[in-house]
Design a protein around this ligand. Sequence first.
Ligand code: 5AD
Length: 355
Amino acid sequence: MTYANELISRLASAHDLEDSELLYLLKTRSDETDAALCSAARAETDKIFGRAVYIRGLIEFTNICKNNCYYCGIRRENGNVGRYRLDKSSILECCRSGYEAGFRTFVLQGGEDPYYTDDVLCGIVSGIKENYPDCAVTLSVGERSYESYKRLFDAGADRYLLRHETADTGHYRRLHPQDMSFENRMDCLQELKRIGYQTGCGFMVGSPYQTDEDIVKDLRFIKSFQPEMVGIGPFIPHSETPFAHMEQGSAEKTVFLLSIIRLLLPMVLLPATTALGTADRDGRINGILHGANVVMPNLSPQNVRALYTLYDNKLYSGAEAAECRAQLDDSLRPYGFYTVAARGDSPMTHPLSSG
Ligand code: 5AD
């Protein structure tokens, strides 16, 4: 047995490795080690989740953002994007069509748009929970105060996604302007968890200046933070950003990391992201084969989908919710996977046996 294979079987049984061993796997990544990791990760996923794939209806409700992240297409200084906001009634309309198609989680994602004060956002969250009490609401609206997170939680929000972006302070600084802070982002994640949200962190694979050592730090952070969800996807340049000419992140490396994350945290909810599907046309299914168990189809209104462009060539279908789920089921069926109409809570906080 090669050293890499020995590491992979230890990762699969102990759900951890030394940093130097993780680094070794990253530096020696090959088709062979990928195949071994992939089968171990999928076996672990099957053991916990079977072949079910959870679906989340993604509602990109505002592309207005006060931040200026160097990598992101909806950064404040991009003047070449038509900006939009959805009001409560259009958001509820997205939920209605999603609910009919079997979606039981709605993810409200947006830029850091000051229009959505706590009062406005709490009104939207409680409106969704009143109309669809059997659904989970996930928020992905960036850095806010502890009080704000608490009010949104009390209004009914169940989960919160806030990618940490990078666990290395120096690397963080190369991705974000001076008015943003690594410490604040990490504090936000701790607060979200303390309040009781099912919390998700994550990072881009192949973001500019990222080293394998940085990725090991990301993996170590993820292992110690014990998030319920982890979102990773390849970095994809956007033409209207300072990183327009930077190299795209690798879809192969992304799926390799999905397998490592699955083995580090067996119960984690792991999406095959839109960025992965954009970087490689088989990215989503390949992600699922590597241990991902969540897909987040877009439920945003047709007329705004093209405007929520974090990166170029973003994959989007013009499909309505029901059609979209049917297409997804068709693409999963040949591999023995199927989507489920369930909230799909984390088994870490909600044991599957209790429903
Ligand atoms: N390529 C890939 N992912 C990106 N994100 C932002 N910009 C890009 C890009 N150019 C990711 C960030 C953010 C999430 C919503 O989208 O990680 O947290």
